[in-house]
Structure formats: structure tokens, C-alpha cells
Ligand binder design. Structure first.
Ligand code: ADP
Ligand code: ASP
Ligand code: MG
Length: 417
């Protein structure tokens, strides 16, 4: 059994969908399960519907029209005029309108999952129909009946026992099956999601439950590179990486693979390949048990838009457990994810992600108990397997506020010039 994951970039338009069909024809489709994300940047477009529903009702129609046109246009380029897929798309989009009309809940996260899921439902419907249309027989499955989760909307936790049971009883591993990435279902029949970019994780879940021989994630890059090509000009392909090294890289913020994907694969030693859907003849990257990293070169990870905070006591007491635990409680309460910590006798510094924009509220709640200074909009560079030369290059990017060096990892907080 092999599991393939096709992300948004690989199915962003009609030509990309035809390319997926070509890849499948080349690679073979027996004993294969496809995990598919929403097309292109559609998840953001579905988020706009949710935001309009809560903040600006007049925009609802416009945001729905945007996703309608996007999918209809792709379908027009793939299917004849009277093909059943056009109607299936209309029905799915109609369900969004119907749901919003009768919804009474004010729970943003709940509503988010009930709406955003249509990105994956539409993408898989279109891809599955197209593959059948060109003779690649397949079965479409609703993943919400397979991946069972709790009811923590937007960040659901998988119930492994139930999921394994559902997958093994519902999936015929000798055939080609298509499922949605990113989605799950709770015990009450609601849709849940596994967190943004969660489709890679879906592939890991299926591979684990089906004891797959391998997982391939198809990307618009050659494979895993030693740096994000959107930020760094010169990058090199990593041919082989161990599970542990990949987890470290994902943990520090390498956004090419969702961090939760690796552990299920590692526990059953299922290899993960990252390959290019643009050039499927290339070998890409293999993630498996074995050498940590080949070639052994420095890897760069950057997290933008962080806040660097320095905290010291007002009464010159030492920065020890009770103070630190109080600070951590507040960081947790305001959802400020800590990416670097350094403490000395009298001060405590952290670099945090202000993803939910709660920093100002955090500052208001802490400023009367501690002396706090901060720098907003800093970048956190992490270099695995650093050399002195690589550290110098980062130092030149701006004013470095703090550098922390461990055996294999250097982290530098930089305020850009
Ligand atoms: P998907 O279509 O599967 O959702 P993503 O867009 O989430 O794909 O991930 C692929 C992108 O990740 C690449 O286009 C690349 O810009 C970015 N990326 C960030 N870090 C790396 C890295 N270390 N190696 C390769 N790509 C990376
Ligand atoms: N479509 C979802 C997202 O954009 C999940 C994924 O693509 O992995 O976050
Ligand atoms: Mg993605």
C-alpha cells in the first residue's frame, strides 16, 4: 500500500489536475490512497466566508461567489458541459448557503470547520471525477467517517483506536481511494480540522493505520531543501534525512512538512518521500531511519514576525521558578508560542510568535509585576549543523539581539536593518 498526498499547489488549476493524472498513470495506482487538500489557496478563500459571516454580512455573497467561480471554471476546463460533476459542485456549494442560513451557533471555531471543509470536499470531488473521466478508476470517500477526533474545532486530536478501526474496515487497499486531507469528524457528526496545513498529517495517519509501505508528498519543490526557497536564494536539496532530524526541523519552523506527520511514520518505520510534481523524474528527498542528514550541510529555518521580550524583576530578586512559572502561565494564556528562551540570574528573555495578536494584552497583564522591554517584528533564524561562516551571514542581516548556541543548533534573533 502506498499513500500519496497532493497539496493545494499541485491542483491549483485544470492543467495541474491533468498533471496529477499523468503522475498517477506513470507511478501506477494499484494499492494506492490519495490524500488531497483544497485547491490552490482556497482554504484562505473559505476563511473569508467565515470572517464575512461574523464581521461583515454584506460580504458573504461576494466571498461565496469567489469560491463558486474558482471551482466552476476549473470544472468547465475539465469536463463536458453536461457532466455530472458540475451539478455535484453546485450541490456542495449550496450546502454552504444552507448551513449558514440555519446556523445559530456563535462559536467561530465550530463554524470555521463546518465551512472550510468544503475546500477539500470540492477538490476531492473534482479530482476523483476527473480521474474516473480519464479512465483512472477510483473511489471517493468522506474522510470524516474515517478519521475520528474529539470536538476541539480547528485543532482536533485524533482518536487513534477508532480511526484505525474505521480505516481498516472501510478502505479496500487493493484499489485506488481518494480522501480529503485536513478534515476529521467528531462523535456528534460535526466536521473537525487538524490545524492549517494538516493534510500532510492526514497522509501520516492513513499510512500508519494501513501499515503502508511508503508515503509520497508531492510538492512544487524538488524535495526538502536546506532552506526555505522563498527566503533564501541559494538552496540545496537534502537527499536523505532521518525522522529525528525532520522532526527537529519541523519543530523549529521548517514549513515544508507539517510537524505532526513524522511521528506516526517513524513508529512503524514507514519511509516518507518528498517529490516534485513539476518534475516527477527527480528522486526528491527520502525521510527514513538512517543517517541524520545527507549531504551534511547547514540548514536554515526562519520564523518571521516574532516578538523578543526581556523580563526582569522589579525588586531585584532573582529570576527563579516562581517568577518563571508565572510568566509561562501568562504566555500560555495569551497563546504566545515560545520559540527561544534564555535566562540569567536577574532576567528572562523569550522570543515568541504573536500569531494570534495577543501580545499587547499579555504586556498589559504583566507590566505591573515585572520590568518588561520588547522588540516587535524580529526574525528568528535557526541553523541546524551551523558553521562559523553561516552564523556570520546571519549576523549581517541586521542587528542581532540574542544568539543561543547548542551542539547542533544555533538560534539568532535579528532585527532587520
Ligand atoms: P502544499 O501544496 O503541499 O500545501 P506547501 O506550500 O505547504 O505545499 O509547501 C511547499 C512550500 O514549502 C514550497 O513551495 C517552499 O516554498 C516551502 N518551503 C519552506 N521551507 C522549505 C524547505 N526547507 N524545503 C522545501 N520547501 C520549503
Ligand atoms: N487546505 C488546508 C490548508 O490550506 C490543509 C492543507 O493544505 O494541508 O491549511
Ligand atoms: Mg500546504
Amino acid at each position: 500500500m502506498k499513500v500519496y498526498k497532493f497539496g493545494g499547489a499541485s491542483i491549483k488549476d485544470a492543467d495541474s489536475i491533468k498533471n496529477v493524472a499523468n503522475i498517477l498513470q506513470q507511478e501506477g495506482t494499484n494499492n494506492c490512497l490519495l490524500v488531497v487538500s483544497a485547491m490552490g489557496k482556497m482554504t484562505n478563500a473559505f476563511e473569508n466566508i467565515v470572517n464575512a459571516y461574523f464581521d461583515d454580512e454584506q460580504k458573504i455573497q461576494e466571498t461565496i461567489l469567489f469560491v463558486t467561480n474558482f471551482h466552476s471554471e476549473i470544472a468547465q476546463n475539465l469536463f463536458p458541459e453536461n457532466h455530472k460533476t458540475h451539478q455535484e459542485i453546485t450541490i456542495l456549494l449550496g450546502k454552504i448557503v444552507g448551513f449558514l442560513a440555519q446556523n445559530k451557533s456563535k462559536d467561530y471555531d465550530y463554524l470555521y470547520d463546518q465551512i472550510v471543509c468544503y475546500g477539500e470536499l470540492l477538490a476531492t470531488t473534482i479530482l476523483s471525477s476527473y480521474l474516473n473521466h480519464v479512465g483512472i478508476e477510483n473511489t471517493w470517500k468522506d474522510v470524516r467517517t474515517l478519521i475520528k477526533t474529539d470536538s476541539i474545532f480547528r485543532d482536533a486530536t485524533v482518536n487513534w483506536e477508532e480511526t484505525e478501526q474505521q480505516i481498516n474496515s472501510q478502505i479496500d487497499s487493493s484499489k485506488l481511494t481518494i480522501v480529503q486531507g485536513f478534515l476529521g469528524g467528531d462523535s456528534k457528526g460535526n466536521t473537525t480540522t487538524l490545524g492549517r496545513e494538516g493534510s500532510d498529517y492526514t497522509a501520516g495517519i492513513f499510512a500508519y493505520c494501513l501499515n503502508a509501505d511508503k508515503v509520497t508528498i508531492w510538492k512544487d519543490v524538488q524535495g526538502v531543501l536546506n532552506a526555505d526557497p522563498r527566503v533564501f536564494q541559494e538552496t540545496q536539496l537534502l537527499e536523505q534525512i532521518s525522522y529525528e532530524e525532520t522532526i527537529e526541523m519541523a519543530f523549529y519552523g521548517a514549513s515544508v512538512i507539517h510537524p505532526k506527520t513524522i511521528q506516526p511514520l517513524q513508529s512503524k518505520e514507514i519511509p516518507l518521500f518528498v517529490r516534485s510534481f513539476i518534475n516527477p523524474d527527480l528522486k526528491g528527498t527520502k525521510i527514513s531511519r538512517g543517517v541524520a542528514i545527507n549531504p551534511h550541510i547547514p540548514c536554515f529555518i526562519v520564523k518571521k514576525n516574532q516578538v523578543f521580550i526581556s523580563i526582569s524583576t522589579l525588586d531585584f530578586s532573582f529570576m527563579v521558578e516562581d517568577n518563571i512559572s508565572h510568566i509561562f502561565k501568562l504566555l500560555h494564556q495569551y497563546q504566545l508560542r515560545v520559540n527561544l528562551i534564555q535566562n540569567s540570574a536577574i532576567s528572562f528573555s523569550v522570543c515568541v510568535d504573536n500569531k494570534f495578536n495577543h501580545f499587547d494584552a499579555f504586556y498589559d497583564s504583566i507590566k505591573s509585576s515585572f520590568k518588561v522591554s520588547f522588540v516587535k517584528e524580529v526574525d528568528l533564524y535557526t541553523v541546524r549543523h551551523f558553521t562559523n561562516e553561516t552564523l556570520n551571514t546571519i549576523d549581517q542581516l541586521g542587528k542581532s539581539l540574542i544568539t543561543q548556541i547548542n551542539k547542533e543548533t544555533a538560534q539568532i534573533v535579528v532585527k532587520q536593518n
